[in-house]
Design a protein around this ligand. Structure first.
Ligand SMILES: Cc1ncc(COP(=O)(O)O)c(C=O)c1O
Length: 481
């Protein structure tokens, strides 16, 4: 633990960040009048909660470890002027801090406090700034960060080989991209190249927000402003093979099915055992291309390399992202069988982007896979997930049947479902105020989501559980009062 800064220094940094105080700029812009974005985020139900989140700035529980990179600008003001009022408002709701440093399971804010990161949208399975990944990226920067794209790139080849060593047998070809949504786009285009133009997705499914990906992300809030989206997309119920079969039957040899092994943004919805196997069998029967989106569930998140591993399913296409970055450089991938990959394999210009498969990102991915192998990250995620889930259930037990509906999860993807939406925002802010970060679920507003790193130690686990208990107590008290 680092030494706390002198109080004046910390106070100055907090003042500069605007933490805990109404931001003059925010007020001037009228941004504080509208909490729409914050509400949609599930971060808060009302502006009242935003005000209370001043608690986040004044609460002493978030440990002060010293401002390592003081921010000498009014970040909220810059967001208001140059990035957007919605994000600025959300920043204020969360306490007004700017995040400036990270390592392991911790994120540091500009006011000197640090936060235990049990959120991070599934990215930080290795924690923040894993030393082996950081070192590999440094090395790549010092030698050849971006390529001419004229010659072959050894680090891309090695990263593809490393990833393919863990994908289901036969899923050997890898197309690297820069984000999860781009991986979805690549899969949708590959499906079209095979004449699979009719896409079947699942209700509450999340696959990204670029135009094609958004077409299969089943959430009207995000889709409506951008209609019309891709034609011929059908939504079926998740975990319902009969519904899928009804959609597939009239689309023989022209469908593409995209599905998650567990719906992360959909509220950590875990299908019944055998579902993925049934989906695979139906796709084979009706000649559909099966795309399994493992962007959130893969890379050990569920305690297996991939969600499909638990059922021995081989998809035609598997999407990876988030954890593949090692938490250091954004990268995602579309992996496919030789047969499915054919069109991309034959024509290297069919689907390209300037920065796709960059050496710097591939160096991060390669080092990530190697670190996961060396540190048994997948087994660790499974074991830690079991302990964490049981302990979270215990902490939530007094509220079962009231505030809390259910605790569910697989590996280190855990959801707490509440009886009311409001509880998610309230608890999220209570946790921030006490120095812990978690996420809400974009397509399921009553579910709080935990995606901690597999590197969390016993002390951090205990800290999380104690904090959760306190935050739940406070939330329950306020909601009943
Ligand atoms: C299952 C799934 N697919 C796709 C995406 C989109 O990834 P990205 O945000 O990197 O575009 C996400 C992001 O949360 C996701 O959870």
């Amino acid at each position: 633990m680092t030494v706390s800064p002198p109080p004046t220094e910390a106070a100055e940094a907090a003042e500069r960040s605007g933490a805990g105080q109404p931001s003059g700029a925010a007020e001037r812009s009228g941004a504080t009048e509208s909490c729409e974005a914050a509400e949609r985020s599930g971060a808060t139900e009302s502006c009242e909660a935003a005000e209370r989140s001043g608690a986040a700035a004044s609460c002493g529980a978030a440990e002060s470890v010293g401002p390592t990179a003081p921010v000498d600008v009014d970040v909220v003001d810059l967001y208001l002027k140059h990035i957007g009022s919605g994000r600025a408002v959300m920043g204020r709701v969360m306490g007004g801090m700017a995040e400036v440093r990270s390592e392991g399971a911790w994120i540091h804010a500009d006011d000197g406090r640090r936060f235990l990161d049990f959120g991070g949208y599934g990215v930080f399975i290795l924690g923040h700034r894993h030393p082996a990944v950081v070192e590999a990226v440094h090395r790549q920067i010092d030698t050849h960060p971006l390529a001419s794209r004229v010659f072959l790139e050894p680090v891309a080849a090695r990263a593809a080989q490393a990833l393919a060593a863990h994908t289901p047998p036969g899923v050997d070809y890898v197309h690297f991209v820069n984000s999860g949504a781009e991986a979805t786009e690549a899969a949708l285009k590959l499906a079209r190249a095979h004449g699979r133009t009719s896409v079947i997705t699942t209700r509450r499914g999340f696959h990204g927000k670029t135009l094609g990906a958004l077409s299969v992300t089943a959430n009207a809030t995000y889709q409506t402003p951008f209609q019309p989206l891709l034609p011929d997309v059908t939504q079926v119920d998740y975990d319902d093979p009969d519904d899928l079969e009804q959609a597939l039957a009239p689309r023989r040899d022209r469908a593409c099915v995209i599905v998650e092994p567990v719906q992360g943004e959909g509220g950590v919805r875990i299908p019944r055992p055998g579902y993925l196997r049934q989906v695979r069998a139906l796709c084979s029967t009706y000649g559909a291309l099966l795309v399994v989106d493992e962007i959130q569930t893969g890379m050990g998140r569920l305690g297996t390399w991939w969600g499909v591993d638990a059922e021995g399913v081989r998809p035609d296409v598997l999407l990876a992202g988030k954890g593949l970055s090692g938490g250091v450089v954004p990268i995602a991938a579309m992996a496919a069988t030789a047969e499915a990959y054919g069109p991309f394999s034959r024509d290297p210009y069919l689907h390209t982007s300037t920065f796709g498969a960059s050496p710097i990102a591939c160096a991060a991915a390669l080092a990530t896979v190697r670190a996961m192998e060396a540190e048994n990250t997948v087994a660790r995620a499974a074991a830690l997930g079991l302990r964490l889930r049981a302990a979270v259930r215990e902490v939530c037990a007094p509220y079962r049947g009231g505030l809390v509906r259910e605790v569910r999860g697989l590996g280190l993807l855990i959801g707490i479902e509440f009886a009311e939406e409001q509880a998610v925002g309230e608890l999220l802010l209570e946790l921030i105020a006490r120095g812990v970060l978690v996420n809400h679920s974009l397509n399921s507003t009553r579910v709080l989501r935990l995606t901690p790193p597999a590197v969390v130690d016993d002390e951090e686990l205990d800290l999380f559980l104690t904090t959760l208990a306190e935050a739940l107590h406070s939330t329950a008290g306020r909601m009943s009062g």
